[in-house]
Design a protein. Structure first.
Length: 263
């Protein structure tokens, strides 16, 4: 059982479990060192050894105790920040913001949603290729050492009418879909079929006017309203398995959100 103590002059929790002493690293493992750190921090948060409000030591001290570079430790912490498990606060440092395991989200693709509504989803594959990963793409996929990515671009239609233009980056090797598979199945269906266990995602929704290229592909007028969505999807090991940026015809598509009262 984890035992915590409170500092008399602070409201944050100082955990008895010290990452600098407790984390065990295997330099010979094929698992990256930053991921070994983030995995063990993740486990400590989930089982209560790092309860809500716990403060981690600063990156310099943690790196020194683990005999790792500061960028490696920063990447490990940022992975958990992106998952909503840690938060960086000015003047306080890095804190745990939740302790219990989040229920796995039932992430679905637009293809799945359209099929579930009784529509007839169709896809036109504009791009399905492996290409070099630049620094920006590697950053989006939270994989600094990534050299190649799979680039997907598709037009998703329902009942013969275009609805969305969908773009995705995936780390090379996660899946290797054919064009026929991309036409017949949703991306998340293909990921699950390949054994990828989708766990959570960060999603941002916005809007912008259609460009001439958008308008031609989506059968809209230039300047027409489009909904935009950027999504970063994580597997149950905390790794990014896809980054997507999509545009939808606002005249044909809306996002519905369910809200509940807090505790």
């Amino acid at each position: 059982m984890s035992v915590s103590r409170r500092s008399p002059d602070r409201t944050d929790v100082i955990p008895a479990w010290d990452p600098g002493r407790e984390i065990e690293l295997d330099p010979g493992s094929p698992e990256p060192l930053y991921f070994q750190v983030s995995r063990q921090l993740h486990a400590a948060i989930e089982d209560g050894r790092l309860p809500a409000g716990s403060r981690l030591g600063n990156e310099v001290d943690l790196a020194a105790n683990l005999r790792l570079s500061r960028p490696t430790v920063r990447q490990a912490i940022q992975t958990l920040v992106n998952q909503g498990l840690l938060v960086r606060r000015r003047g306080i440092g890095t804190q745990v913001v939740r302790t219990k395991v989040a229920r796995p989200l039932r992430l679905s693709s637009l293809f799945d949603d359209l099929a579930g509504l009784g529509g007839k989803p169709e896809s036109v594959v504009l791009a399905n290729r492996v290409e070099p990963a630049g620094a920006k793409v590697a950053e989006l996929l939270e994989a600094p050492g990534l050299t190649h990515v799979r680039r997907l671009e598709r037009i998703r239609s329902t009942d013969g009418e275009p609805l969305a233009l969908m773009n995705n980056y995936l780390p090379d090797g996660v899946i290797d879909p054919t064009d026929d598979e991309l036409r017949e199945k949703g991306l998340y269906q293909l990921l699950r079929s390949a054994g990828v266990r989708l766990h959570a995602a960060e999603q941002n929704i916005g809007a912008r006017p259609a460009t001439e290229a958008d308008a031609e592909l989506l059968h809209e007028e230039p300047g027409a309203a489009l909904l935009t969505m950027q999504r970063t999807t994580y597997d149950d090991a905390g790794r990014v398995v896809e980054y997507g940026w999509h545009v939808y015809r606002a005249s044909r598509y809306t996002f519905n959100l369910s809200l509940t009262n807090g505790p």
